[in-house]
Design a protein around this ligand. Structure first.
Ligand code: ADE
Length: 257
């Protein structure tokens, strides 16, 4: 997959591409990112890309010509073009999965006080990363590129993708590391049991409980299985179910104190 980013601040993407998982994924050829400087396309003899708004008002507005010419020079009919804008549809994991299937995604970053309204008609979608206003579209573009690339084959392990938050819209279960006790807080004993089935059940239960508590909006949309309903009923009863007790009995032997 190729992601083309149109920006007036290409250097902002240097660190993004040269660290951590993005560095590895791009190095392995999982995806390709091309950062295109909009300023390279201006026909203004002073290299300007913006002017004050017609009708008056604060700041400078990005003009159509450099952006549209940069888009035209770097896209084909098949390129999906999105403009970062607080006015856009709110980005989510479903959109990330949709974009991960594309051959080519073009992300256009706006800056300053705004963009000439007419640019909107050259893109397929306006996309927002949330209900707050940032100074430019570069950080939203990074959020989108990151969330799409990590879904591509070879970026991270398939196992990591399977378990995680938002897969079926439930939040991810809690994770722990050594030591067993940290400043009075302990790791749930069942995680030492070695009983993979019991651990999976316990994790699913925590995932459902966390989602219900922290994201009731997501919980309301979950399609609960019979097993999910049973796990929730068990949690409500306040009693430790037999499968958990059995696993715990074994688990206590494994606790590293
Ligand atoms: N540009 C400024 N704020 C934005 C946001 N929340 N999402 C996408 N693009 C933006």
């Amino acid at each position: 997959m190729k992601i083309k980013i149109l920006t007036l601040f290409p250097e902002m993407f240097d660190g993004f591409q040269t660290n951590s998982i993005m560095k590895r994924a791009l190095g392995k050829g999982v995806a390709e990112i091309e950062v295109i400087n909009i300023r390279d396309y201006t026909t203004n003899k002073y290299g300007r890309t913006d002017t004050p708004p017609i009708g008056g008002g604060a700041g400078l507005i990005e003009q159509c010509q450099p952006i549209v010419d940069a888009m035209r020079a770097n896209s084909t009919e098949a390129t999906h073009k999105i403009l970062m804008s607080p006015r856009g549809v709110t980005y989510d994991e479903k959109k990330a999965k949709e974009y991960a299937k594309l051959d080519e995604l073009m992300i256009i970053c706006g800056h300053y006080e705004g963009i000439d309204e007419r640019v909107n008609s050259y893109v397929d979608e306006l996309v927002s990363i949330g209900d707050y206003v940032l100074t430019g579209g570069e950080i939203p573009a990074m959020a989108i590129a990151d969330s799409v690339i990590r879904l591509l084959d070879g970026a991270i392990t398939a196992e990591s993708l399977e378990d995680e938050s938002f897969n079926d819209s439930a939040l991810e279960y809690p994770q722990y590391t050594e030591p067993y006790e940290y400043e009075g807080q302990t790791v749930p004993d069942i995680l030492y049991s070695g009983n993979h089935e019991a651990i999976a059940k316990w994790r699913r239960k925590q995932s459902l409980l966390l989602t219900r508590k922290h994201r009731p909006d997501l919980f309301a949309k979950l399609e609960l299985s019979k097993q999910d309903k049973k796990l929730l009923a068990e949690a409500e009863s306040g009693e430790t179910p037999k499968w958990e007790k059995d696993a715990l009995e074994k688990g206590h032997k494994f606790i590293k104190k």
